[in-house]
Design a protein around this ligand. Structure first.
Ligand SMILES: Nc1ncnc2c1ncn2[C@@H]1O[C@H](COP(=O)(O)OP(=O)(O)O)[C@@H](O)[C@H]1O
Ligand SMILES: [Mg+2]
Length: 227
């Protein structure tokens, strides 16, 4: 039997806009097996980033249950907030690589040291970090600081960091959204190559329908039941 990497059931999330509650997710369920990829699409404001934030514990759903990599989180249990947060933090450190819109690089570290730090925090060997940057086409920038490279180059460094963890699951939020077409294609190709090589699962929020067709599954948040 195929082991699911992630199962989410009945996720609900509301935000307040002024005094009005606005429902962003309504009874959302999804499942992802090992090595599979899922594209989350939908117009701006449809909740893609909210789903990714919930699936790595950076935001809490109002209701719902998530099982990810053997850890279960249920909004109905009375688990104290900091205990759940510690379990999420461990998952993000060791097993869930996040590539978010603003690449989270440490400004005081070179690109190479950012990748090495990420590998070490995940308990991985950091010997091949320079190779990772080279394979992503930014080897010659290894010694530069994040503010000395372009947005596309920072995005590639963020990918190198995520894969240096050797994660079981990668969550990528519009990883090519701020890139020109040519760079976006190169980064996309690298993303899928790395995913295949590592055999990890991938959830990708994207506006790009062409990119979505390259994933094993596709969920359009514009067409959620109840929306
Ligand atoms: N922290 C927040 N407080 C209030 N509203 C929020 C917050 N985060 C997101 N929203 C709202 O939730 C909706 C979904 O946002 P988001 O998940 O960022 O969508 P997407 O990534 O698809 O553009 C939007 O209407 C947004 O304004
Ligand atoms: Mg978003």
């Amino acid at each position: 039997m195929v082991e699911p990497v992630l199962v989410a059931r009945g996720l609900n999330k509301q935000f307040r806009s002024g005094n009005q509650p606005v429902s962003v997710l309504s009874d959302l369920s999804l499942r992802l097996d090992r090595g599979e990829s899922l594209a989350l699409t939908g117009r701006s404001g449809s909740g893609k980033s909210t789903v990714l934030n919930i699936l790595c514990g950076l935001e809490q759903p109002d209701a719902g249950r998530i099982e990810v990599l053997g850890e279960a989180f249920d909004s109905r249990t009375q688990e104290r907030g900091h205990q759940a947060e510690a379990r999420w933090a461990k998952l993000r450190r060791q097993q869930i690589g996040v590539v978010f819109q603003e690449a989270n690089l440490m400004p005081a570290l070179s690109l190479l040291d950012n990748v090495r730090l990420r590998a070490r925090l995940a308990g991985q060997n950091d010997d091949d970090c320079r190779d990772r940057l080279e394979r992503l086409g930014i080897g010659e920038l290894a010694g530069r600081y994040p503010d000395q490279v372009s947005g596309g180059q920072r995005q590639r460094a963020a990918l190198a960091m995520a894969f240096a963890m050797n994660p079981a699951l990668i969550l990528a939020d519009e990883p090519t959204g701020s890139l020109d077409r040519h760079t976006a294609e190169a980064v996309t190709r690298q993303l899928f190559e790395l995913q295949a090589r590592h055999g990890c699962s991938l959830i990708l929020a994207t506006h790009d329908t062409e990119l979505a067709t390259r994933c094993s599954h596709h969920l359009d948040l514009g067409h959620q039941p109840g929306s």
